[in-house]
Design a protein around this ligand. Structure first.
Ligand SMILES: Nc1ncnc2c1ncn2[C@@H]1O[C@H](COP(=O)(O)OP(=O)(O)OP(=O)(O)O)[C@@H](O)[C@H]1O
Ligand SMILES: [Mg+2]
Length: 321
């Protein structure tokens, strides 16, 4: 087995707020191999974006990566100085398409200038070289390079999202994190952006971490899926394992709440109750208050059980008494 491209071990990222400590990412571990696509799914507020920010060291204050290791290309990048991290890792090694970024493009600069700026800042390109490269990047994401002088307001939502993806690719990093890249788009454009990500992955050998609350979207592209609940990964496996053989009651609930190819729309169910308060989470399994199978043992933290090769679930149901 080759070494993973990225290995996150026991990550904890907390927000130190006036109301208390928000345990947004609480002991999360996973690995990602070169060329692999990992999907991270879970309800709003479960810590998906915070996990992504932790990886590229952009957790906003009052948040902080409290502990854990992030081994990227064989090196623990949590040990790097800010300067080293900026030079070696962020954008060049790991880049990110931020949640909502397509609406955060600068309205007063054309897209060519915005792309060129990234290249001049990080690659010491001249303006002319940077604009040439910007054209190539636009082409790569399916935008006619003649649009290089367009302003964000002249582009459709799908095109803006393509520009944001082009920015993430500017330094050709081996790993791109895409945080809800299709959420604000209609279904047709969603499919186009997903196809673009699939194509880029193949053509460039990219590894991708795709974050979405939409499990069906993730299953389309991901080799592996991590299901997050209340700051923790509760289930992890191949797309097939998760989609066809979900084991954690939360994953089962999540899948029952989305339309499937087979099955009636009227059979859709949502999980009653609300996600946990991450300042005072339930002491044991965080899903326990909502879980239809909860019992006494669930008041204690569940162990991670490997139910079949590579398929792990944090749930007491799979621990033999
Ligand atoms: N700047 C902040 N200050 C305090 N708490 C924060 C901050 N940012 C996030 N949180 C808290 O951290 C937890 C995780 O938030 P996060 O944004 O990572 O969730 P998410 O899974 O990305 O949700 P969504 O699907 O809505 O994007 C939430 O409880 C949120 O309230
Ligand atoms: Mg988010």
């Amino acid at each position: 087995m080759p070494e993973p491209l990225l290995e996150a071990r026991n990550l904890k990222t907390y927000f130190y707020t006036a109301k208390g400590i928000v345990k947004a990412v609480d002991n999360v571990s996973f690995e990602l191999y070169k060329g692999e696509a990992l999907g991270i799914a879970g309800e709003s507020g479960c810590g998906k974006s915070t996990l992504a920010y932790s990886l590229i060291r952009l957790v906003p204050p009052p948040g902080k990566l409290v502990s854990g290791e992030i081994v990227f290309q064989g090196k623990d990048i949590t040990k790097l100085s800010e300067e080293e991290f900026r030079k070696e890792v962020r954008w060049k090694g790991i880049s990110m398409v931020f949640q909502g970024a397509m609406n955060a493009l600068n309205p007063v600069y054309n897209i060519g200038d915005q792309l060129a700026e990234v290249l001049m800042l990080h690659q010491n390109y001249t303006k002319k070289e940077a604009l040439e490269m910007a054209k190539k990047l636009l082409q790569m994401v399916g935008i006619d390079p003649s649009r290089i002088k367009s302003y964000p307001h002249e582009l459709s939502g799908g095109m803006k999202q393509r520009v944001v993806i082009a920015m993430a690719l500017a330094l050709m990093p081996p790993l791109v994190i895409a945080d809800e890249p299709t959420t604000a788009l209609d279904v047709v454009v969603q499919a186009q952006i997903m196809n673009l990500l699939k194509r880029l992955r193949q053509e460039l050998g990219l590894s991708i971490i795709l974050i979405s609350h939409d499990l069906s979207l993730i299953a389309e592209i991901a080799d592996k899926i991590a299901i997050m609940y209340g700051g923790k990964i509760v289930e992890y496996g191949t797309s097939e394992q998760i989609y066809n053989n979900p084991q954690h009651p939360y994953t089962q609930g999540l899948l029952n709440s989305i339309p499937r190819l087979r099955g009636e729309i009227k059979d859709l169910k949502w999980i009653p109750g609300v996600p946990p308060d991450l300042i005072n989470p339930p002491p044991g399994c965080r899903f326990e208050p909502r879980c239809p199978f909860a019992h006494e043992r669930c008041k204690e933290e569940p162990p991670v059980v490997e139910v079949e090769p590579g398929h792990k679930v944090a749930c007491w149901l799979y621990v033999k008494r």
